[in-house]
Design a protein around this ligand. Sequence first.
Ligand code: SAH
Ligand code: SF4
Ligand code: F3S
Length: 477
Amino acid sequence: MLDLLHTTKTHDESRQGEAVELAPTGKSDGRKLYIESYGCQMNFSDSEIVASILIDQGFETTKDYKEADVVFINTCSIRENAEQRVRNRLKEFEAAKNRKPGMIVGVLGCMAERLKSKFLEEEKLVDIVVGPDAYRDLPNLINKVEEGHKAVNVLLSREETYADISPVRLNSNGVTAFISIMRGCDNMCSFCVVPFTRGRERSRDAASIVKEAQDLFNAGYREVTLLGQNVDSYKYTPKVEEGQEPQPTINFAKLLEMVAQVSPDLRVRFSTSHPKDITDEVLYTMAKYENICKYIHLPVQSGNSRILKLMNRTYDREWYMERVDAIRRIIPECAISTDIITGFCTETEEEHADTLSMMDYVKYDFAYMFAYSERPGTLAAKRYEDDIPEEVKKRRLTEVVNKQLEHSLERIQQYVGKVQKVLIEGYSKRSDSDYCGRNDQNTMVVFPVDPRFKVGDYVNVLGESCTSATLIGRIVD
Ligand code: SAH
Ligand code: SF4
Ligand code: F3S
């Protein structure tokens, strides 16, 4: 269902189960690492940090878990089915472990953090449990297991940003990359497990972010996406060096500008924007720089103010609409996408209808839509009864999904007959005679290969037809 509506999967578990493969580093001692990631893009980015740490220890990677010495699964806890998927996958690893004595199986990420050592009791085959702030400890934990112990480190940190670790780009197309700019979340939305699994919000050193963007550009990359659960609350005060004047604090608008200035040929995207925090300053910065893509992911969750209050989102329907109006005023061509939860505790039919009418108001370009899934330990689980029957949640979800299909189609149709600047990201999934890439607004565009242009080039594409998820066209001069 989701795949119908999305061209990019930035933060749901739909992009899952991908094995990774790396070029050997030359200093390998023959130990092989397999790592598989689930969940949001932050998790995929973290796997690139983990790979970097272990390659430094002499590991090389493999895309076949059956031949690996260490198998890691980087997990997500956001909804119950995300966790179920991981448990099923662990069962598959069990057979491989039985065939290859000594194989180490580790659980990383949000589920590791949520379940902690309970994991070792529940899943006997798991040897290592490591939370998202403890990856520097992995070499030590692997040693412990090799000495015959089980190993757990789920300490959360107030400082860790892995700023100094150069991620090893996994599964890369060599053109687009993600850069983590912050970790954790301080928001405590009542439905959400992330503050518990990822800890307190902290921002990464701005200079290290700009350097990473510059290094990527120098290596041929042409698009970076700045990642955080709430990028608009990014805030970093540079450390004062001896003999230097104190530097002003860098907010998200400033950081965006610094990254945009790396090169006019480097596209800059970001995710996620929280409606309570996105400022006009950010919008004006987006309008000012041609290379900051005109696309904002602005999750609404619900269109009803009472439900938003129960969700602890700290904005109401009117506030959200005003932010959408500001986007339309300052960046008229901007695409907007959202996340929606149906059937949150006590949601009435009228309140659900408010979500549908909010969708009509905004006409989102894309949406990620979910039925509410109660997560243990969250504020909602403690305070409210999960009282909407599963079939009602699902029916409401279907209504939301159907509406979004109409809106996605309507939005994408505006590009038919128009010329779009597209960054070629690779060959289309369906055919090697087509390229694919995205326009500024994040719409997927597919067009026949033209030998004058290669992956990583910008081209002008005339939109000729579309589905609700893809624009189909051809290169024009
Ligand atoms: N930081 C982002 C969200 C990250 S989680 C933000 O604030 O928007 C991604 C999405 O998963 C959320 O936006 C929400 O729509 C959905 N989600 C989170 N917890 C959920 C739950 N318990 N049940 C269903 N969907 C949930
Ligand atoms: Fe979860 Fe809310 Fe933080 Fe997003 S802002 S990660 S929904 S607590
Ligand atoms: Fe991301 Fe899932 Fe954790 S959405 S932050 S991997 S709970």
